[in-house]
Design a protein around this ligand. Structure first.
Ligand SMILES: Cc1ncc(COP(=O)(O)O)c(C=O)c1O
Length: 335
C-alpha cells in the first residue's frame, strides 16, 4: 500500500483511539475509549514538577491470515506495575490494563500495518495531584492512558550495522532507577547521547559505568557468536527487556551456551574481534552493531557487517511474532 512512499518516523503517528482510566478516591475508576486529543492538565500536576511518570512499549503484529496478535503483553504489564510501585504511583490493575490494550487494538484494527510494520502500544501512567509542595509526597490521583501508533520498518532503507559509542564516564541514570521505565531516565541519557552523536558520529551510546557493560539509551546489549550468547545479568541498574528475555529463551532452546553475568569493556572489545554484538528491544528487535567507538578509536565488530548469528536469531523471533513460526510458549495473544 505505502511501499513506494516515505514512511512516517517511528512513533510520529497515532491511531484515532485511546483508552483512559482515572485513579481517585483510592481506586481505579472504569476506563473509557476516547478520540486521541489533548488532555486537561492542572499546571500544578505532580508529574509536571516531580516526574511521577512511567510507561511501556510493545507491539501487536498482523499475521498472514490478517489476525492481529499482541506479543508478551502480560510481561509488559508486569513491568509497568513494577515501575509504578518503585515510583510510588498507583499500580495499574493488570486485568483492567490488559482490557484497555485489547480495546485500543480492536479499535485500531484497520490501522495495523503489514509486517515488518506493527502497531506499537504505549501505556502511560502519570501522577496528577495538583500540589507543587509534594516533592516528598506521592500523588494520590493518576491517569492511565493507552496510546497506539502504527510503525513501519525501523530500518527504512534496509538494516545497516550500527555505530555505537562506549561511554565509561557517564551513567545512563541513577543506579536504582535503571530498571524502571520512567521518562526521567530518557531525559538523563539524552544529553550524553546527543554529545556522542556530534563528536563521534554514532547512532547510540552503550553505557558502561566503571567499565562494566550495561545497556544503551533504549535497548539491551548482547554479545553473540556461533552457539554462544553473553549479556549482563539482571540487576536494578538497567531495564529488563522483554526482547532480551525472549531471545535468551530461544537461544537456550537452540542449544546456545547462554551466559548472564557482568563483563568489562576490555572483554567486549576482545569478543568482537571475532564475534558479534547486537542491540535488543521492541523497536529494533535485534539490531547488529558494526563498530564500537571508544575514546581511543574505532573497533570493528567482526568484519563490520551484521553477523549471521544476529540475523538468524532476529529472523527466528520475527517469525514467531508474525505467526510464521509456531508460538510454542504462548507469547502471542490474538485480539
Ligand atoms: C532503556 C531500555 N532498555 C531496554 C529496552 C528493551 O526493552 P524491550 O525489549 O522490553 O522493548 C528498552 C525499550 O523498551 C529501553 O528503553
Amino acid at each position: 500500500m505505502m511501499s513506494n512512499v516515505a514512511k512516517p518516523a517511528f512513533g510520529s503517528v497515532l491511531t484515532d483511539t485511546m483508552a483512559v482510566a482515572e485513579y481517585r478516591d483510592g481506586r481505579w475508576q472504569a476506563h473509557a475509549l476516547q478520540p486521541v486529543a489533548p488532555i486537561p492538565m492542572h499546571p500544578a500536576a505532580h508529574v509536571l514538577h516531580y516526574g511521577s511518570e512511567c510507561f511501556e512499549g510493545f507491539k501487536a503484529y498482523r499475521g498472514k491470515d490478517g489476525a492481529v496478535s499482541v506479543f508478551r503483553m502480560d510481561k509488559h504489564i508486569e513491568r509497568m506495575r513494577q515501575s509504578a510501585r518503585q515510583l510510588v504511583l498507583p499500580e495499574p490493575d493488570a486485568a483492567q490494563l490488559a482490557t484497555m490494550v485489547r480495546e485500543v487494538v480492536r479499535a485500531s484494527h484497520g490501522q495495523v500495518p503489514e509486517p515488518p510494520g506493527a502497531l506499537y502500544l504505549r501505556p502511560m501512567l502519570i501522577g496528577t495531584m495538583p500540589n507543587i509542595g509534594a516533592a516528598a509526597t506521592p500523588s494520590n490521583t493518576a491517569l492511565l492512558i493507552v496510546l497506539a501508533s502504527p510503525v513501519w520498518d525501523y530500518f527504512a532503507g534496509g538494516a545497516k550495522p550500527l555505530r555505537i559509542f562506549v561511554e565509561e564516564q557517564t551513567t545512563r541514570t541513577a543506579s536504582h532507577l535503571g530498571v524502571v521505565k520512567t521518562g526521567g531516565n530518557y531525559a538523563a541519557a539524552l544529553g550524553p547521547t546527543l554529545a556522542a552523536r556530534k563528536q563521534y558520529a554514532v547512532d547510540q551510546v552503550l553505557f558502561c559505568p566503571a567499565g562494566a557493560v550495561q545497556e544503551t539509551g533504549a535497548a539491551n546489549f548482547l554479545l553473540l557468536r556461533e552457539g554462544q550468547l553473553l549479556t549482563r545479568s539482571l540487576d536494578s541498574s538497567f531495564l529488563h527487556g522483554v526482547t532480551r528475555d525472549s531471545l535468551l529463551a530461544m537461544a537456550r532452546d537452540l542449544g546456545f551456551r547462554v551466559e548472564e553475568r557482568e563483563f568489562s569493556v576490555a572483554e567486549m572489545l576482545e569478543w568482537v574481534k571475532t564475534g558479534e554484538a547486537a542491540l535488543s528491544g521492541t523497536a529494533a528487535v535485534l539490531a547488529g552493531v558494526g563498530t564500537l567507538v571508544t575514546r581511543s578509536g574505532d573497533h570493528k565488530v567482526g568484519d563490520g557487517r551484521i553477523g549471521p548469528v544476529t540475523q538468524r536469531l532476529r529472523q527466528a523471533l520475527v517469525a514467531i511474532q508474525t505467526g510464521e513460526a509456531p508460538d510454542t510458549r504462548g507469547w502471542l495473544e490474538r485480539v
